[in-house]
Every structure is written in C-alpha cells, then in structure tokens.
Ligand binder design. Structure first.
Ligand code: R5P
Length: 344
C-alpha cells in the first residue's frame, strides 16, 4: 500500500489488531452509536474495551496508520457531533510522544465534529514528573500537556495516581480534573492474594515523597509502614537510596515487604531499595505500583535484585514476555464508575 510521496504504510501489530476488533469501529460496522461513546486510543485498546463494556457504551476504534517516517494518521468515520466523547489513551514508553500527539488528533476530531462534551482519560499521565523547573531553564511539561489538552477541547480529564498534586493543579486550572487512586485495588489484592497482615509484613515507601501513598495503603491493611530516603542528583539524574533513622534491622527482620511506588521505570529506585531491605534481613519483597513502565531488561534486573513479584495496574499494558513475575490488575471498574457519575 502506498501513500504520500510513495512512502509505504507501515502498520504496527497493534494496528492490525485494531482492524480485526469485533466491536463498533471506524469502518462503519456498527453505525448505531450510543449518546456517549468510548474512543479507544491506539495505546489503550484493551482498557478502553473493558471500560466500554462495563459502561454499556459503544466503542469506536479509530483507524490508525503509522508511516515509515514515524508519523501517525488517524481516521474516525463516525460523526461525533452532539455526543459525549470519552477518549481513553495512556502515554507510555517507548512511544510517549506519539501517544500524546495521537491524543491531540482524537481531541481535534471530536472538536471538529462539534462533540457535545469531551472527556480525556489518561490512565498513565506521562511528563507529570516534570511538574516544576528543577533547574533554571527547564520546561514544565506537566503544564504544557494541560494546556495542549485544554486548548484542543478537553472539558474534563481523568487520570490515575498522577505523580504529584502540583502536576494535577495545571489541569485543574483548565478543566474539571479527577485523579483516581489505585491504592484500594492494590490493597485488596495484597490482602486477598498475598495474605498480608500486620504480623507478617510491613509496607515500605522507597522515598519520603511516597510516604503518604504507602501510609494510605498500610491503613487499609492495618499494617505498619515506614519509608526510605531517596536523593536525586538533578543534573545527572542519578539516585541514592538510604536508610531512614527510623528503619532498622529489628523492624524488618523476617518480615515480608511490600514496596509501594507510583511508577516503576528503570527499576533503579526499587533495586536500590531492595538492596537495603535485603541487608536488613527481610524475608521477601513484593513491589506494588500503579504504573509499570519497565522494559523487559529492567524487569529482569529487578528480579535479579531479589524482588519476588511486581503487581501493577493495567494503566500501561503488560508485556507478555514479563510472564508471571509481573501481575496486572484491571482497573476499568474504577475508571468506569467515575465516568458514569460524570455523565449521569
Ligand atoms: C519518583 O519519584 C517516582 O515516584 C518513582 O520512584 C520513580 O519514577 C521510579 O523510577 P525508576 O524505576 O526509574 O527508578
């Protein structure tokens, strides 16, 4: 197939899956749309499918082409005028920027069609860690994203465990913004599947910034909680994880650890935390996080550092090669019940 300038279309595997999808799609197989429609962004098709099913709404799968020069082309044949459009699209590695641009394309299509309302659901909000200019001259990308989504017509934004309240505040200034927590879902899993209780385990945050998150998780399990101390060299990005005075061998000796973080990416934070916890004589380590951004390589390194399991939500789809070491918990019920209330 040829397109502009004779450059052949290249279709990612996911794109081909999209075209095979049996639901309402952009090829006009199901022209009867509900008043509120879920638009499955190319990065989050499975999650969008679960959400549309849970809400009993039509799902539109945009037709996507990714050209050999890296550009995306999006086509939605359905007319979206007068409908409430719910776009679901996370932005995660390795194509973070592509995912963001695709979201803008979807927003533009909804706005061009004069959609009645546009809700953008970004289960994992990339760039939220750059919520300030930490060094002079840095661009605050969390603010930039909020401006872009707002300028392209998003009236509401829903995300999950955004990295900081400061990042959230940029969205709140421009649109109705909801930040959901995966903690209740993770705590239920820890109780029912890992059998965590106060006598056999302790909850640990790898840094002081995540202490409140770990505390709210521990509260749900009536568990003890502590945190380590992480420092980052802002120029090189290198991190150091140390004991806090409050954490000593006595408190973790023989206990199962649940390390709670919002994001696991390169694994550096978790690997350094695991080293300290192992040297303190803990029994086992399970990592629980909202957003698992790891590559296969960093996953292997985390496993090699003595972590028994990673439990994450499906804001970022799990890579098959991660096998049973990484467990993905579906949070479509949490997202769909929130959107249901918004559109009621
Ligand atoms: C940082 O403050 C976050 O809460 C995470 O700890 C961090 O993003 C994890 O990244 P990595 O796995 O690359 O250390």
């Amino acid at each position: 197939m040829q397109d502009r300038e004779g450059i052949p279309f290249s279709m990612e595997k996911k794109d081909m899956d999209l075209e095979r999808d049996g639901g309402s799609n952009s090829l006009g197989q199901n022209p009867i749309l509900s008043q509120e429609v879920v638009i499955a962004g190319p990065s989050s098709v499975d999650l969008a499918t679960n959400i549309s099913k849970a809400m009993g709404l039509s799902k539109i799968c945009p037709e996507l082409r990714v050209f050999s020069d890296g550009e995306s082309k999006i086509r939605i044949k359905e007319k979206l005028g007068n409908r409430t459009c719910i776009i679901i699209q996370s932005a995660f590695p390795p194509h973070v920027d592509r995912h963001i641009l695709q979201t803008l394309m979807l927003l533009k299509k909804c706005a061009d069609d004069s959609a009645k309302n546009i809700i953008v659901v970004v289960p994992y909000m990339a760039y939220a860690r750059q919520d300030s200019a930490f060094l002079e001259g840095e661009v605050v990308t969390a603010e930039l994203l909020a401006k872009m989504y707002g300028n392209f017509g998003a009236r509401s934004m829903v995300t999950v465990d955004i990295h900081s309240l400061r990042a959230l505040s940029y969205f709140q200034k421009r649109m109705h913004s909801i930040n959901l927590s995966a903690i209740p879902l993770l705590a239920d899993y820890a109780k029912s599947k890992l059998g965590m209780n106060m006598n056999n385990s302790i909850t640990v945050s790898p840094d002081e910034g995540g202490f409140m998150r770990a505390k709210s998780f521990a509260l749900k399990l009536n568990n003890n909680v502590t945190c380590l101390k992480k420092t980052r060299d802002r120029s090189t990005g290198e991190i150091k994880v140390d004991h806090l005075a409050s954490l000593n061998g006595d408190r973790i000796q023989g206990l199962d650890i649940v390390l709670i973080d919002d994001i696991v990416s390169t694994g550096s934070t978790i690997i350094k935390a695991a080293d300290i916890l192992k040297s303190g004589g803990c029994r086992g380590i399970t990592v629980m996080c909202s957003h698992a951004l790891m590559t296969e390589e960093s996953t292997k390194q985390i496993k090699a550092a003595g972590v028994d399991k990673i439990v994450a939500t499906n804001t970022v789809p799990k890579k098959e090669a991660m096998g049973t070491f990484v467990e993905a918990i579906d949070l479509s019920s949490v997202i769909s019940s929130t959107i249901s209330k918004m559109i009621a």
